[in-house]
Design a binder for this molecule. Structure first.
Ligand code: SAM
Length: 258
């Protein structure tokens, strides 16, 4: 099977977020009406067409048929979260702090794999690795109560701004080590880790809902991992490996060292 690289080779996380382990960047509830304008020359209608093509060609054609997920990808303005001439292209893109945003298919596959049995509407969802804020916006578009953690304070601040501009100011963005989770919001119906670790962090397992909570995370070495899905029922955890992948490292107490 072919290894799929989801970010540019050689990218590295630079510094640990300073200060206390967590800092919450307050959600902005006034944001919904304050939407950003498209870059000059490209109308919102053209972006909408690009999104529809992305949904059809990259997601549905590859076998992703979760209607809730497809609808959200058709609505969230990815072009507000990345600086690219081809924001809806079938590839990972560079973002600030030497990090990347995965290709749309990968984001969709992870979100579909973590889907709570009753759907995402009103579900408590924890994302580790905010990056640009795009995947958090998709989860919010589906009606989830989203908390997302990013270790790079500058990236988190930028994500807060873009989430607000795109109309998803209710997303709770936390600066800190996501390998420790966010106990204040537990239990979570879904936990999505968008960086790779040597094993699933114990605090995340503890914060997963005992009523069928699902966690999705790339697990393995720094070089290559398996996309892993864990489901919790009571004190029992079942784990399955879905496909081989390559992600940026989860750097933290229960991840890799800097
Ligand atoms: N979900 C993001 C998006 O939509 O743009 C892309 C995430 S990127 C592939 C992985 C992110 O995980 C990076 O921004 C990186 O800084 C972050 N990260 C790595 N280790 C982390 C940790 N221990 N806690 C929180 N974030 C971490």
């Amino acid at each position: 099977m072919r290894w799929r690289r989801w970010w540019p080779r050689g990218s590295r996380v630079a510094t640990r977020a300073p200060g206390r382990p967590y800092g919450v960047i307050a959600p902005d509830r006034r944001a919904a009406a304050d939407r950003a304008e498209a870059p000059a020359g490209i109308s919102e209608g053209e972006w909408a067409l690009a999104r529809a093509r992305m949904v059809q060609d990259q997601l549905a054609r590859r076998g992703l048929h979760d209607e809730e997920v497809l609808r959200a990808f058709g609505r969230v303005p990815r072009h507000l979260f990345v600086e690219s001439n081809d924001p809806y292209g079938d590839r990972a893109l560079a973002i600030a702090s030497g990090q990347t945003i995965s290709q749309p298919y990968v984001v969709a596959a992870m979100i579909a794999a973590a889907r709570p049995s009753l759907g995402y509407r009103s579900a408590r969802v924890l994302e580790i690795g905010t990056g640009s804020g795009y995947s958090a916006a998709i989860l919010a578009e589906m009606g989830a109560d989203v908390t997302t953690i990013e270790r790079h304070a500058a990236l988190a601040a930028e994500a807060v701004e873009q989430l607000r501009r795109a109309g998803y100011g209710d997303v709770r963005v936390v600066v800190g080590d996501g390998s420790l989770g966010w106990p204040e919001g537990a239990p979570y119906e879904a936990i999505i880790v968008t960086a790779a670790g040597p094993s699933v962090p114990k605090p995340l397992l503890e914060q997963l809902s005992p009523d069928g909570g699902r966690l999705v995370m790339p697990v393995g070495s720094r070089e290559q991992q398996w996309l892993t899905v864990v489901e919790r029922n009571g004190s029992a955890f079942t784990q399955r490996e879905v496909e081989p992948v390559v992600f940026v490292p989860l750097v933290g107490e229960h991840g890799f060292r800097e």
